[in-house]
Design a protein around this ligand. Sequence first.
Ligand SMILES: [Zn+2]
Length: 332
Amino acid sequence: MLWNTIGHENLINHLEQVIAADKISHAYIFYGPEHVGKTTCALDLARAVNCTNQTTISCGECQQCLRIIKEVHADIHVLSPERSDNKTSIGISDIRDVLHSSNMKPYEGSYRVTIIDEAECMTEEASNALLKTLEEPPDQNLFFLITSQESKLLSTIKSRCQLLYFSNITKDIVREYLSSNYSLDPQKLELVTSLSRGRLGWAIRAMRDEAVLNSRAASLELFWELHRNGLDSGFNISENMASDYFKNPKSIFNTLEHWHTLFRDIMIVKHVDNIYVHNIDVYEQIEEMSKKYLINNLIDNISLILNASEQLKANVMPRLVLDNLVLKLHKN
Ligand SMILES: [Zn+2]
């Protein structure tokens, strides 16, 4: 079988056995960190169950495989907040048509496959509608739920699905993939590998879109500024971030994540071993900062950032959350 999924050998072996034994479950939850290959694997599996090649499952060459690869297959539906009506959640109107068509036979393949990306963003109404379908799963219909926050899914949904956990893959696999698919100087290869933290999807995005590394550079700049200058400048930063939040919430979450990894790296340099540092291009600054911080303050700062992120997701006013964060980071 030709998998596009990189790494995750045990999972792939398991799925190959399931397919060979014709024991595919009607619903799976692909869960684990973001950008590690869950959606790629779901699409691979959608191909595998529809491939018409007798000798190789998911050959990548038959009509079924090709139509899925080109994203024109009539039986493969991908739902996500981004593709939804309101762009932030998956509501009943987004899921209703798919659930309705699950009562009919697939149009062109052996299985209709519904992939629900960021499944934790389903509204309660959408979740309950899906649950109803999962309780009496229609034939020839498969549901693949993808999430990095499986604790937010209804436990009743989870109990009706097989769970597949995707972990971060190893640095070596990321490095090898990047070096055989992109021409990179050794320094950049090492940097992107290290920053990816075993999330190949992130590394690929960083290679294809320079905005990924540019926005990281901007986040780092804010971090240094926060430390260099006083609280006035800190509140300027939080004000700008709060107003950007409404235009591009993801960029604010990314900034907070970069700050998190910086504090984590400072902690690593202070107490463990520098081979575990992710932000290797700013090692000197990190080492310098590690002298100024006590371990408890670093732990506090990391949890402050995580809390701020959670509060933003819970729709607390961004200005309030970010001012509060900057103030507390300043105190620490
Ligand atoms: Zn095929």
